[in-house]
Design a protein around this ligand. Structure first.
Ligand code: GCO
Ligand code: MG
Length: 402
């Protein structure tokens, strides 16, 4: 069996997506997501100029060998561009192999460990009371787990607030827009949000919060302590993970569960945090961390330390990643939760899929493969529309982590 063709499809049905389609001499094709929000064209070039010429003619059933070829063979290992390109190939090959076997991908991975996948949605508002209402709307939609982010008085464009949209979509200008940040003000506001949420809705639902890399380890520990009475499911990316020892300090001072890893590309970035038992959830996902082949190694390492998965699932990860992640989530023994921000109707139409939302869970379908395809004619109607993620500055102009 041979790979006879591979092409990159860039489209913007509501937002930008980069998709790889691999064709074979047996008429079976596979689809992989390669979207890197705000840096899409770098991955397009990596695939078109450097990966596709190498894989043409290879046997698509040799997923492991092709993964190693692209990872070791590049010599320049890791990084978001390389690993997204590898992920796109890997996911397309698993799609092909599962179609060949006539099985849904979860069966090929080892079979289902659960019937449905608990997801969390994103509620946000410009202030505490709007956010409390937004959480109520998610509860009404059936969600059992909800991430809550609020505007912070005195901070311009605080992270996670939808600017009037239900779905928070940060990449919306051609050049980066500038948001603000003030840790003192955030520490004054975030615990009050969760106090109000628990007062209003009780303790039945899982609540989550994303610090988006903004706090120092000491500030993060302080936030974790202040949030303890509200029993969060997790506090995410509370401090940058470049220095894993920072998480050890946070861990020593709070029992609030910690999640990290949506920007990780390899097991090497996750290893120290997992082995030191500094985190509870690993957020690496299919498109970010080299596809199914690499993600399952991360999950297996995590399982040794009772760390559970919590795959990144923002809207910049296409339905192809969502479909593949749901098969992974259905199989992986140490599953925690799956993020699900919901794609727009335009996006869903371009990527026909067989997963569905029901009662706070996503359920993956049974079609052979990962169950997601691309409608290329429809995709062609939505040309690439360059957009960047924002940047953040403190009040005095200092650059901060967005
Ligand atoms: C999350 C995230 C995202 C990222 C986005 C960047 O937890 O969902 O932090 O919303 O900001 O994926 O492209
Ligand atoms: Mg996040």
């Amino acid at each position: 069996m041979k790979i006879t063709g591979a092409r990159v499809i860039v489209c913007s049905p509501g937002r930008n997506f980069t998709t790889l389609k691999i064709e074979t001499d047996q008429g079976i094709h596979g689809i992989g997501d390669a979207t890197l929000n705000g840096r899409e064209l770098a991955v397009v070039s990596y695939l078109q100029d450097h990966v596709i010429p190498c894989i043409l003619g290879m046997d698509p059933r040799r997923i492991e060998d092709i993964w190693q070829y692209l990872y070791r063979g590049a010599y320049w290992r890791g990084g978001p561009v390389t690993m997204r390109a590898i992920a796109a190939v890997d996911v397309a090959l698993w799609d092909i192999k599962a179609k060949l076997a006539g099985m849904p991908l979860y069966d090929l991975l080892g079979g289902k460990s659960r019937e449905r996948v608990m997801v969390y949605g994103h509620a946000n508002g410009s202030d505490i009371s709007e956010t409390v209402d937004a959480v109520g709307a998610y509860i009404d939609m059936g969600y059992r787990a909800i991430r809550a982010q609020t505007g912070i008085p005195g901070v311009e464009d605080a992270y996670g607030v939808g600017r009037g949209k239900l779905q928070y979509e940060p990449a919306d200008t051609r050049l980066p827009s500038v948001g603000g940040w003030d840790t003192r003000k955030a520490l004054n506001t975030v615990p009050r949000l969760f106090e109000k949420l628990r007062d209003t809705y009780g303790f039945e639902h899982h609540l989550l919060h994303d610090g988006h890399h903004r706090y120092t380890p000491q500030e993060a520990a302080n936030l974790g302590q202040m949030l303890e009475p509200y029993q969060l499911f997790w506090l995410e990316d509370v401090t940058p993970a470049e220095n894993p020892q920072g998480f050890e300090l946070v861990r020593q001072h709070t029992t609030t569960p910690l999640a990290v890893g949506e920007i990780f590309n390899t097991i090497w970035q996750a290893r120290g945090l997992i082995e030191s038992q500094s985190i509870d959830f690993i957020r690496a996902t299919v498109v970010g961390a080299g596809g199914i082949t690499h993600l399952r190694r991360i999950a297996d390492l995590a399982a040794l330390y009772q760390v559970r998965t919590g795959c990144h699932g923002a809207t910049d990860l296409s339905p192809v990643t969502m479909g593949a992640a749901l098969h992974f989530d259905s199989w992986v023994p140490n599953f925690g939760i799956q993020e699900y921000m919901r794609h727009s109707q335009e996006t869903d139409a371009v990527f026909p899929h067989d997963y569905r939302f029901e009662d706070g869970y996503l359920i993956c379908g049974n079609t052979p493969g990962h169950g997601v395809d691309i409608d290329e004619d429809l995709a062609a109607k939505y040309p690439y529309d360059q957009k960047c993620l924002p940047v953040a500055r403190l009040d005095d102009g200092t650059m901060w982590n967005w």
